[in-house]
Write a protein that binds this ligand. Structure first.
Ligand SMILES: [Zn+2]
Length: 60
């Protein structure tokens, strides 16, 4: 998964941080990540979980 993660990407459960305002978004399961609810920014950084540390699907 590329960093930052663009809004609309299918992401794994984890915590994502808005690259613009720092809003933390918790994603419970695999779903499309929305734009930031605080500032409508469309880029996320993986804080925990997701595909960052233990990537079960390398190369995706
Ligand atoms: Zn934001």
């Amino acid at each position: 998964m590329a960093e930052p993660v663009p809004a609309g990407s299918d992401v794994s459960a984890g915590t994502y941080v808005c690259t613009n305002c720092g809003y933390e978004l918790g994603v419970q399961s695999s779903e499309s990540i929305p734009p930031c609810p605080e500032c409508s920014n469309g880029a996320w950084r993986t804080a925990s979980g997701g595909d960052a540390a233990d990537d079960p699907y390398p190369g995706r």
